[in-house]
Design a binder for this molecule. Structure first.
Ligand code: 6SG
Length: 263
């Protein structure tokens, strides 16, 4: 199905470029014609790329058997109707060091998109955002989406530090301080009024925020009670049919949130 779609797309590009070059620019010089041909080819390719009418990938995630840094990208791929493969790395294998030595920063996750390998979870989210038209409608929206993703990352880092380094001593203080971080996202969400952080459809920053909020609801089930826009956001994202199917799946439910069993 996907292959037929891509072949069809390639045929479409060929016919559009051939038609436009032979019918309208065959009276100019060969060098001008060459330039014009490529200008139009690039234009058509860009138009088709942004129209997102064929499947990307195939994608493969290599990561540990946890939600961790892959929670958001998995939810995003599920919501975009994109299938992916998982390579689950166990602790003993990782400790042998062979795989670590091949990773750009010595860490996972890794995303493979066909023959293209990418590390760093937020770079992966951005890549998926570009591939699946979830990176805003223009440069300004893209910049705001980047800003919100970085804001989510700041919260995620605080959460990870508490989970891995100070769960027993720092959990209560963390929960007490949480409203001082959530109120920033509440304000943006309330101001935009579309139910998403930026624009009128989900971007990769929304998937990242959604996933981090799900984790916080496990930590403290009442943490969104004073944040109506965030509460409604989580309810609506959870009810999107493809996200609901994914969150209800065994593949999702069987994975612990974090690698040390704390949540
Ligand atoms: C750990 O930190 O899952 N990657 C982690 N740890 C292995 O040797 N900035 C990037 C990014 O956004 C951060 C990557 C991230 O992509 S994620 C990694 O590669 C290393 O550094 C947290 C996570 N932990 C899973 C885990 C902890 C205990 C058991 C499984 C790590 C693997 C095996 C032991 C330690 Fe483990």
């Amino acid at each position: 199905m996907a292959t037929t779609g891509v072949r069809g797309t390639v045929r479409k590009i060929d016919s559009i470029v051939q038609k436009s070059t032979t019918t309208r620019i065959n009276s100019v010089s060969p060098s001008r014609m060459f330039l014009e041909y490529h200008r139009r080819l690039i234009y058509v390719c860009l138009a088709l790329h942004s129209s997102n009418n064929f499947a990307m990938g195939p994608y493969t995630i290599t990561y540990f058997g946890v939600r961790g840094r892959c929670g958001a990208m998995r939810i995003m791929m599920a919501d975009q109707g994109q299938e992916w493969k998982e390579i689950v790395v166990d602790f003993a294998d990782w400790m042998k060091g062979d795989l670590k030595a091949t990773c750009v920063f010595g860490q996972l996750p890794k995303l493979e998109d066909g023959g293209f390998a990418l590390y760093q979870s937020n770079a992966i989210l951005r890549h998926l955002g570009r591939n699946h038209d979830a990176y805003g409608k223009d440069g300004k929206e893209a910049a705001l989406i980047d800003m919100m993703c970085d804001g989510v990352e700041d919260l995620r880092l605080k959460y990870v530090k508490m989970i891995y380094q100070e769960y027993d001593t720092g959990k209560d203080v963390y929960i007490k301080d949480l409203p001082n971080h959530l109120d920033k996202f509440e304000a943006v969400m309330a101001k935009n009024k579309t139910g998403f952080l930026v624009g009128d459809k989900p971007s990769f920053a929304d998937y990242s925020l959604f996933e981090v909020l799900l984790n916080h609801l496990v930590l403290c089930s009442s943490c969104l009670d004073t944040f109506p826009s965030l509460k409604s956001f989580v309810e609506k994202m959870s009810a999107r049919p493809k996200i609901k199917t994914f969150l209800d799946s065994e593949a999702y439910k069987k994975l612990p949130i974090n690698g040390n069993g704390k949540q």
